[in-house]
Design a protein around this ligand. Structure first.
Ligand code: GDD
Ligand code: MN
Length: 364
């Protein structure tokens, strides 16, 4: 049997109630186009991957990748697309909010070479959002769309869409440069390919979700801002590093509060300063664990071991900071250049070593 024409990649997290209907609707919509669907499930507690694998046993067009120990919509889409070989890759959500009946038209546009990326858009022609969004999110979505367009260097009506199709070669060439943490995979593909590819948009009506819950949260917004920063720096500053620095800054506030409390409690300055340092490191560890490394969060004894390692890393980082700053100061640099250089070296050291030793995985 030849490979299908389209691989439809569907990231899932707690979507067990939606899969059967989705496959059924795809079957009805994709008439005359050989297709497969690749569910990429991040080990959902509701057992979505079990449902997907059950469906796969009865239908060879259904595949499922169960990822363990990882989270992230964008990364799931990247892995699903990389696992397939069809000439065209489509990405859509599992929750039936994306209109599968426009998929054939999207694929036809790729086949006729009208475009290399076709976006299912809520904001062109007859496109709309069927009561799916609160007024707040609709507004945020508009602001984010404008912001996104500035960064991708072209006008796209719905660059934040999670529903799109593209030619395999476009995806494969962009893949190594994509950021796997994050919620906005299309935006990243557009930012990566810039003006080298032709983009078209097809209107669709964004339906409201019937089963399960949206995973869009504050973290998704932070990921979006992190992605923009990563791109604006030409891909040199990792998204995680940006988070790590923001968290580090909050640590200063924690430090000062703890120092003040220590002094108020009658501790000597050295004792209060030491306690404040430990408080700041502890708080930084926990916030980083929740935010910066939320996709590989440490729990239980692993978290305790991680905290101890984090103390050691930060201790050595502080020595590196002081070493560099003193060396520069002794070499007649001004006090503030020496100070900033020390902080940058210390923070970079903490980040790099934390990524290797505390939250062990490749950096991105
Ligand atoms: N594997 C995996 N891992 N899948 C995830 C994760 C994750 O960490 N988080 C969310 N998903 C899956 C959901 O199960 C769903 O199938 C899809 O990704 C979209 O998540 P929703 O939580 O339904 O997002 P939304 O409806 O608020 O927003 C979606 O639609 C918008 C309009 O197209 C997203 O695709 C947005 O990016 C998009 O702008
Ligand atoms: Mn949704």
């Amino acid at each position: 049997m030849p490979s299908p024409t389209v691989s439809i990649v569907v990231p899932t997290f707690n979507e067990s109630q939606n899969l059967l209907r989705l496959v059924d609707q795809l079957d009805k919509a994709m008439i005359g186009i050989p297709w497969e669907v690749v569910f990429v499930d991040d080990d959902s507690p509701d057992g979505t991957w079990k449902v997907a694998k059950q469906l796969a046993q009865d239908d060879a067009r259904v595949r499922c990748i169960r990822r363990v120990g990882r989270r992230g919509l964008a990364g799931a889409c990247i892995e699903g697309a990389l696992s397939s070989a069809a000439a065209y890759v489509a990405v859509m959500d599992a929750d039936l909010q994306h209109d599968e009946t426009v998929l054939p038209a999207m694929v036809a546009m790729l086949q006729n070479d009208q475009a290399e990326i076709v976006i299912g858009s809520r904001f062109v022609g007859d496109g709309s959002t069927e009561g799916g969004y609160s007024a707040g999110r609709a507004f945020a979505s508009r602001v984010a769309t404008h912001l996104a367009n500035c960064f991708i260097g072209r006008q796209v009506c719905d660059p934040m869409s999670g529903f799109f199709a593209l030619k395999r070669e476009v995806f494969e060439s962009a893949a190594p440069r994509l950021v796997p943490s994050g919620f906005k995979i299309l935006l990243d593909i557009l930012a990566t390919t810039r003006n080298q590819v032709r983009v078209a948009e097809v209107a669709y009506r964004f339906r409201s979700r019937q089963e399960g819950r949206s995973k869009f949260d504050a973290r998704a917004i932070l990921d979006f801002l992190g992605l923009l920063l990563h791109r604006v720096t030409g891909g040199t500053v990792p998204v995680r590093f940006v988070f790590f620095m923001i968290v580090g800054t909050t640590g200063i506030a924690v430090h000062l509060i703890a120092l003040r409390l220590g002094l108020l409690a009658g501790c000597g300055f050295d004792t209060a300063q030491s306690m404040a340092t430990v408080a700041a490191m502890t708080s930084n560890f926990h916030v980083n664990n929740l935010l910066t490394y939320s996709d590989m969060k440490l729990r239980g004894t692993a978290a305790l071991a991680g905290l101890l390692k984090f103390y050691v890393v930060c201790g050595v980082g502080a020595l590196a900071n002081i070493g560099v700053a003193s060396w520069l100061f002794d070499s007649n640099e001004s006090w503030w250049i020496a100070g900033i250089a020390g902080v940058v070296v210390g923070a970079t050291f903490n980040y790099t070593m934390s990524s290797i030793i505390v939250w062990r995985q490749q950096q991105n």
